[in-house]
Design a protein around this ligand. Structure first.
Ligand code: DX5
Ligand code: ZN
Length: 221
């Protein structure tokens, strides 16, 4: 298992002060910044694109930026986000006919490659490509919006993927995204996740450090 990562989703930040909010969560102890890209096509919502990622880099954000593409098609956005300073780029298998090719493209551009699995996406999408991935993102809500409730069946999926990862002996991260909070993070960790994306559970709180510390404490068993 990889060291624990807390990755606040800036989808839940105050967009009018995005740079400041991003620096604030990092100063509060966040490890990565989770960057949710929505296109009003693959998901029914619109967020932000590569120019905003680049602006955060220019504003001095040096922490890993974990780009979660909820867009279709994916190819152009992979290229643009790699240029804009993304550290990892994760896409959904339903968003492209060419999963293997796009994993390779992400790696060729010098980023870490991730695959995101929607709540009803079966695990056989990992067949033949698991060993090429740096990260698997289990969606514990249906993608498109922050602030939704955690879907309990995600725990079974996390356990099943953890087994598969352990069989490979590779340092593949297992990330969970959607409805993660200080209340359920311990059970998600016990199921086998090492990377925790949280939007509202951090940005809706008045004290980001307290929110992140509570999450870290809940998993330091
Ligand atoms: C959902 C996004 C999530 C979301 C998480 O489509 O991928 O990253 O912002 O937000 P919370 O933690 O509020 O569920
Ligand atoms: Zn996300």
């Amino acid at each position: 298992m990889q060291p624990i990562v807390i990755a606040p989703s800036i989808l839940a930040a105050n967009f009018a002060r995005l740079g400041e909010e991003t620096h604030n969560v990092l100063n509060a102890g966040a490890n990565w910044i989770h960057f949710d890209v929505m296109d009003n096509h693959f998901v029914p919502n619109l967020s932000f694109g590569p120019m905003i990622c680049e602006a955060l880099r220019k504003d001095g954000v040096t922490a890993p930026i974990d780009v979660h593409l909820m867009v279709s098609p994916v190819e152009t956005m992979i290229r643009d986000f790699a240029k804009a300073g993304a550290s990892s780029i994760t896409f959904h298998p339903e968003a492209t006919l060419h999963v293997d090719r796009n994993i390779q493209l992400i790696k060729d551009l010098g980023c870490q490659a991730g695959l995101a699995l929607n709540p009803a996406t079966p695990l056989n999408c990992l067949d033949y490509i698991l060993d090429k991935l740096d990260l698997i993102l289990v969606m514990s809500v249906n993608p498109g919006f922050g602030g939704q409730s955690f879907i309990p069946s995600a725990l079974t999926k996390i356990r099943d993927i953890r087994k598969k990862i352990n069989e490979t002996d590779l340092p593949i991260r297992l990330s969970v995204d959607g409805g993660v909070s200080e209340k359920n993070i311990a059970s998600i960790y016990e199921a086998g996740a090492d990377t925790f994306v949280a939007g509202s559970a951090i940005f809706a709180k008045p004290d980001y450090k307290h929110a992140i510390d509570s999450m870290k404490q809940a998993v330091s068993l």
